[in-house]
Every structure is written in structure tokens, then in C-alpha cells.
Design a protein. Structure first.
Length: 484
């Protein structure tokens, strides 16, 4: 057996190998390519990483390549566990030795280059305790080839980190975010809402479409109903109409007025579309003091605080309106009557409907025009047909959070997507919306803290996530420890 021995000095240390599922590794042609790019002192340990790409290299059945990493400085030398890349027959021979317990213990990883179904890329990485002599160490990667068949395996090397000059480079942790699979909606219930500010001639309760701005107000309702009726995936299940009135006048009269106007809109829609009576829920709520309170709060009206104090501190039947009318000679009341009361005279409507379930392919079309028709689970399945981190992948989670702005799962997944692309601002926005702080929340909050270089806080959050059973937290804690 004839051996050809090559020695290559590279800045690298390694003690174990794991499979990294990639489609290709940069290199030349069909050579076995070794790319070395990590040789760093972090804390009291030396960290090393290199990538071995087979690139469909043609390794003869009887050939092998033995790669032995060696760290050397002066008269001190340390060999690290070796890697052997085998052709088909050589790998069979290795397996026989394993069965007899006679395999080479100095070789910890054997790669079968003839197995084309196996990953084409392997990552060799480790850490070992730093010793003073390593300060000036160089790395030898010994390449031993067997010329058993007269054919050598073509090799290429890309050497990037050749010494410990980068020992002060901060370690950048590799952290895993948590996505949650949303529950399946058995029945997809949806609703659309609006406000109709309809005008009525004095003494008239029926709706007159041609009166003042009624045509515009009604058209908004018509458009909503007709869009749902034309959507073959949707079925209208209910229409709720609630009438409101402004507070001038007698309370009971305003209560009746609000109910009559809500009923007028119900009758109008029944007549126009032939809806059944039991589809509707109609009620009057009377004077809308709550909305008036909000309008005053947002305004710059004179005596604002006194107005709010009266609205909030005086009962409706204890002279609330009278006090408002007497405040500052009635000037604030007249301004409210003119600017705010018209916004209280309205009928709020809500159209409830159900939507059929969609396949993933159907959902990809629906999300373009009617994303609210999809469930969170359907959006999640659509997202996972795209490459993780791609624009299409991220856009689905952004859409889900927009359509379901108060949903914890929608916001958590949108935050995870933002964290993956290191968008700190968006991730923080979504995490702040989450009401239930469970294991998934704490893990993603830990990733956010780490991206902000708040490693102490990140470790605290990962510990909470791990205690609550999060699968990614333990690995993330280990990564944070490397930053010490």
C-alpha cells in the first residue's frame, strides 16, 4: 500500500463532527473541499470550525482520505480526532472492523463518500481548553491518502483563520426562535362592522335613501352585503344593528328613537335583499355618553376637564345634561351639540358570516385578495411552503398579525419571523402585544434581548422558557454561555 502524505497549515482545532444539511459547498469542481474559517479564543476555550463538502467528488471504491487535525507550537503538539472519507469498498472494510471492535480509535468520524443520499456537507466544530502554549500555535491538517487503486481523491482547501489573531472577536450566539402551530378552526366565523350616520326628516322614521347624505351611507352597507353574497366561500349568518342617539332631550324618548332608527335600517335591508327576519338582531342603546366622553377627551374644547368631570361624575338622571348646559353660560354645550352630537346619532351594524376551509394551494390565492377569510392555521401552513426567512415566508406572518392583531399566536409567530431576520423593532412591537407570557414567549423574548446584546436578561428569559418546557431554550442558554 502506497501512501501520499500532504501537510497543510491552517488555523483550526476540532473535536467532533455533525451533519449540516446543505445542498452545496463552495469549491472547485468535484473536489472534496475543506473550508476553515473559525479559530478563536473565547473566554478560556479555543473554538474551531471547518466545513467539509463532498461536492459529489469521485472517490474510488478502494480509496480513502484521512484528515488529522494537529495543533503545534515549538516542541508541543496535540493531535485531534481525525476524519476519514471512504470509497465504497473502504467503507465496507471499516464496518467489518467496527463489528470486530478493531476500528481506529483515533478516527471519530467516518464518511461514506459513495452514499449519494447522504448529506454532501459536513461541519466539523469543537472547543478545547486554552493552554498558554497555544498562543503561538499553528494548525496542521494532515492529509493521508491511500493510492490503493492508483487514483487520488481530488482535494481543495480554503484557509481563512490561520492563527488566534481573532481571539478578541466576540462570540455571536446562534439562537433558535419558537414558532407555534395555530389551532385548527372547526368553524371559521368572521364579521364585518360599520357605522351608518343616516338622516331622517322631522317626524319620519323610515329611511329615505335620497335624503341628504343617506345614499353614500347606505352604499357602504350595500357594498359589504353584496361582496359577501357574491363570495361563494362565505355564508352570511347574522346581521346585528344597534341604534344610538345624542343626549339632548328626554332620556326615554332618545331610547325609543335609537331603537326605531335601528329597526328602520333593518326593515330597509330586509326589503332590499329579501333577508329572513330571524337573520337580524336589532336594538336601541339610547344616548351614547361613552362616545361623547371619548370625543371630548380627544378634543381641545374649552372647559374640557370640567365637561369630563360632569360626564363621569354625575348620573344621567341626576342632572348631567343640565350641568353641561349651564357650564360657562352654555358655550361648551353648544359646541358639543354642533360638532360632536351628530357623531352620536347613528346605527352600528355587524355582519357575521362563516367561511369554508381552504387547501394550501387555494389559500395562496385567497391570501392575495381576502386574507381575512383564512384561519391562522391555514396561513401557517401556507408560510411553511416557502423557504424559512424568505420574503414570502415573512409576508405571511406579517399578514396574519395584521388580520388578527390581538391574537397571541399571530403576534408570537410574527415576532419569531422578525427575530429570524434580526428586525429588532418589529419583533419588539409584536412581543409587546402578547398578553399570555408562556414558554414560547420567554424564548423569543430571550432572543430579542440577545440581539440587543442584553445577555444577562436573555439568560434569565431562556431559563424561564426552559422551566416552562420550551424545546429551544436549553440550546439557547448554552449559546449565551459562550458569550461570557
Amino acid at each position: 500500500m502506497k501512501l501520499l502524505i500532504k501537510k497543510i497549515i491552517i488555523g483550526l482545532v476540532a473535536t467532533f463532527l455533525f451533519v449540516h444539511l446543505c445542498s452545496a459547498t463552495p469549491g472547485a469542481g468535484n473536489r472534496v473541499h475543506v473550508r476553515q474559517d473559525v479559530f478563536a479564543l473565547v473566554g478560556d476555550s479555543v473554538y474551531i470550525e471547518m466545513e467539509i463538502g463532498l461536492n459529489d467528488a469521485d472517490v474510488d471504491s478502494r480509496s480513502y482520505v484521512l484528515l488529522t487535525p494537529v495543533l503545534r507550537a515549538g516542541g508541543t503538539e496535540k493531535e485531534l480526532p481525525a476524519i476519514q472519507i471512504n470509497g465504497r469498498n473502504q467503507h465496507k472494510a471499516y464496518k467489518r472492523l467496527v463489528s470486530l471492535g478493531k476500528e481506529n480509535k483515533a478516527v471519530t468520524t467516518f464518511i461514506n463518500a459513495s452514499d449519494k443520499k447522504a448529506p454532501q456537507t459536513y461541519v466539523y466544530k469543537t472547543s478545547l481548553p486554552f493552554e498558554a502554549w497555544m498562543e503561538t500555535a499553528e494548525f496542521l491538517l494532515r492529509e493521508d491518502q491511500c493510492e490503493c487503486s492508483g487514483t487520488l481523491v481530488p482535494m481543495s482547501f480554503e484557509l481563512l483563520a490561520k492563527n488566534l489573531d481573532n481571539r478578541n472577536t466576540p462570540y455571536e450566539p446562534v439562537l433558535a426562535v419558537t414558532f407555534i402551530t395555530p389551532e385548527v378552526e372547526t368553524i371559521k366565523n368572521r364579521c364585518e362592522t360599520g357605522k351608518a350616520y343616516l338622516d331622517y326628516p322631522v317626524g319620519v322614521s323610515a329611511i329615505r335613501p335620497e335624503f341628504r347624505n343617506n345614499a353614500v351611507e347606505l352604499q357602504r352597507i350595500y357594498d359589504l352585503i353584496e361582496n359577501l353574497k357574491s363570495n361563494t366561500d362565505a355564508t352570511i349568518t347574522g346581521i346585528s344593528i344597534t341604534g344610538y342617539a345624542s343626549p339632548e332631550g328626554i332620556y326615554n324618548s332618545n331610547l325609543a328613537l335609537s331603537g326605531n332608527r335601528a329597526l328602520a335600517l333593518t326593515n330597509h335591508l330586509q326589503k332590499k335583499y329579501g333577508f329572513q327576519n330571524d337573520l337580524f338582531q336589532t336594538k336601541g342603546q339610547g344616548e351614547d355618553w361613552q362616545t361623547l366622553d371619548s370625543l371630548v377627551e380627544l378634543s381641545e374644547i374649552k372647559d374640557k376637564q370640567q365637561i369630563l368631570s360632569i360626564i363621569r361624575g354625575t348620573g344621567v338622571f341626576d342632572g348631567r345634561e343640565k350641568k353641561l348646559m349651564e357650564l360657562s353660560g352654555g358655550s361648551p354645550y353648544r359646541e358639543m351639540f354642533k360638532e360632536m352630537f351628530p357623531q352620536l346619532r347613528r346605527s352600528d351594524y355587524e355582519l357575521s358570516y362563516t367561511v369554508v376551509p381552504f387547501t394550501v394551494e387555494q389559500g395562496k390565492e385567497v391570501i392575495k385578495t381576502r386574507p381575512s377569510s383564512l384561519s391562522l392555521n391555514e396561513m401557517f401552513l401556507i408560510a411553511n411552503t416557502y423557504e424559512s426567512g424568505s420574503d414570502a415566508f415573512n409576508e405571511v406572518f406579517e399578514t396574519a398579525a395584521r388580520i388578527f392583531p390581538q391574537d397571541n399566536v399571530a403576534n408570537l409567530n410574527a415576532a419569531a419571523s422578525a427575530l429570524d431576520r434580526k428586525d429588532i423593532k418589529s419583533a419588539e412591537k409584536y412581543l409587546n402585544k402578547i398578553a399570555v407570557r408562556d414558554a414560547a414567549y420567554w424564548n423569543n423574548a430571550g432572543v430579542l434581548a440577545a440581539l440587543k446584546n442584553e445577555y444577562g436578561k436573555a439568560a434569565e428569559y431562556f431559563a424561564k422558557a426552559k422551566a416552562a418546557g420550551n424545546a429551544q431554550a436549553a440550546g439557547n442558554m448554552g449559546e449565551i454561555e459562550k458569550t461570557d
